[in-house]
Design a binder for this molecule. Structure first.
Ligand code: SF4
Ligand code: SF4
Length: 489
């Protein structure tokens, strides 16, 4: 037992006391409570419990806010706040809620210019977009997103849950979304592989949520603290079956903030899990991030049905191909299943229903691809060669393009901010007027296959690969540009 705070109970003469209780024998010594306490109230003790772990101890009792973060974050229910009611003690004055003044600081929205890490900017973008549920499991290099959400959400009437693994985390954010919350998870490498079954469930059940993949060197455990861009195809084809994917790829902390908001908007508008695919460099990079005043940026919320409960069919998509939502607890009858289902959501195992179901999952994204695709283009009209890149690699190619221009080559730049749906129309248009595409990516050839598909038969495509863990050599990119520029058709 520790710290005791007393307050007057509203409407009665009774007092309430609150105290921090530490069940030492349950503790597994993870130190989450110590690390996340915003007031450094706790410290790791030198004492051993029965399991051989060091439980926390209270060291700054007067600093405790009774915020409850330690209780929420403890995976073993080994620390909690106990509320007791006591009779009034005449001599004692009621203690006001003075310590709660700090809540105003913690609650206030961030706004202005910051020097901010990419992962933190992502978390702030999610909060700005209205995300109030985060489910995840820490993994480098995405952990800072979870840490930030763990610190911020409890003060915003939100919920942070660290699940037992990534499978449960993905399931958790789907459930939260059906309960009406904007929800998100963030992971990397092995984590995204584990999530893929439930990502498919999210696609099939058309559940709005955001999945962030801060890519690291792979496959398997790969390079946990280093980077790569080798999950590009996984964001489209990772889970089994056909479905449309929306995947956005930021190149900087500012864009990580901005595109997280866009990802939430797309997920709410088109009803599906939306991916943000970045990498460890962008995730850990610290740069200027401008957070605009609240509500300055467009925030889209899912469309709830206006129908009466008796008229509502949860998967009835009208001509726009996107069914209206109904929230759990609002009196609407709905059935959410990963099985092939009809408009009622009921499992129907027929060829016709399967065709209708799956075709709509793909078509609802294809139909709106012009609205979803975001590209950055420079000097394409006058170019002979166009360099295509995305994410962190799009920054590496800039000096290479400048160097090639100095050699007299007309080079354009196309940055894929939306990866999926793939901008096939635009690439096909450009292909008709240039000599070739140079695709620079930190994998051994993934997006280049899509470029080749869209560019053929009009022009050639050349890959500049990199296996990850470092960045491209500028001269390798220049060499590829030169080779293509001088290639005889
Ligand atoms: S209630 Fe909050 S301030 Fe108090 S020990 Fe727990 S985390 Fe720290
Ligand atoms: S979070 Fe729970 S299990 Fe971890 S050190 Fe604190 S009390 Fe122990």
């Amino acid at each position: 037992m520790g710290i005791v705070e007393k307050t007057q109970k509203k409407g009665t003469s009774k007092k309430e006391t609150r105290e921090i209780v530490i069940k030492k024998e349950r503790c597994k010594g993870c130190n989450f409570c110590v690390e996340y306490c915003p007031r450094d109230v706790l410290e790791v003790s030198e004492e051993f419990n029965e399991k051989g772990y060091h439980p926390p101890k209270i060291v700054n009792s007067d600093q405790c806010l009774f915020c409850g973060l330690c209780e929420r974050i403890c995976p073993d229910f080994a620390i909690y706040i106990k509320n007791n009611e006591t009779e009034p003690e005449k001599e004692e004055k009621p203690i006001s809620e003075t310590t709660h003044g700090l809540f105003n600081i913690v609650k206030s929205k961030y706004e202005g210019e910051f020097f901010m890490q990419g992962d933190i900017a992502c978390a702030e973008g999610a909060i700005y977009a209205g995300c109030r549920f985060f489910g995840g499991y820490p993994i480098t290099p995405a952990t800072e997103i979870a840490e930030r959400m763990a610190k911020r959400l409890p003060f915003l009437d939100g919920v942070f849950i660290q699940f037992e693994d990534e499978i449960a985390s993905m399931a958790g954010i789907l459930g939260a979304s059906w309960a009406g919350a904007k929800s998100m998870t963030a992971t990397s490498g092995p984590g995204i592989s584990l999530m893929n079954e439930n990502i498919g469930l999210g696609m099939m059940t058309e559940t709005p949520c955001v999945v962030v993949n801060v890519q690291r060197g792979s496959p398997s455990t790969g390079l946990p603290t280093s980077w790569g861009q080798a999950d590009m195809m996984q964001a489209k084809w990772g889970s089994h079956g056909d479905y449309g994917s929306i995947t956005l790829c930021p190149k900087s902390p500012q864009e990580f903030f901005d595109l997280t908001i866009v990802a939430f908007n797309y997920s709410e508008k088109y009803r599906l899990p939306v991916f943000i695919l970045t990498d460890a460099i962008v995730g850990h990079m610290i740069e200027k991030v401008i957070i605009p005043p609240p509500d300055k940026l467009e925030i889209i919320n899912r469309k709830y049905t206006k129908k009466r409960p008796q008229d509502y069919l949860p998967y009835e998509a009208e001509s726009n191909l996107i069914p209206d939502f109904a929230k759990a607890g609002d009196g609407y009858h709905y059935y959410v299943t990963g099985l092939t289902h009809d408009e009622r959501g009921y499992p129907i195992m027929t060829e016709e229903v399967q065709k209708e179901n799956v075709t709509r999952l793909v078509e609802k994204i294809n139909t709106y691809s012009d609205d979803i695709i975001i590209l950055e283009e420079r000097d394409i009209d006058k170019a002979d060669i166009v360099v295509i890149a995305y994410g962190i690699t799009s920054r590496t190619v800039i000096p290479a393009i400048e160097k090639a221009k100095k050699k007299g080559i007309k080079v354009g730049y196309l940055r894929l901010i939306t990866i999926w749906p793939f901008p096939e129309k635009r690439i096909n248009e450009i292909a008709r007027n240039i000599k070739g595409f140079v695709v620079v990516e930190m994998n051994l050839g993934q997006i280049v296959l899509e470029v080749e598909r869209c560019a053929a038969p009009y022009t050639s495509t050349k890959l500049v690969p990199h296996a990850g863990g470092g960045i491209h050599n500028i001269d390798d990119i220049v060499k590829a540009i030169e080779e293509l520029a001088h290639e005889k058709k």
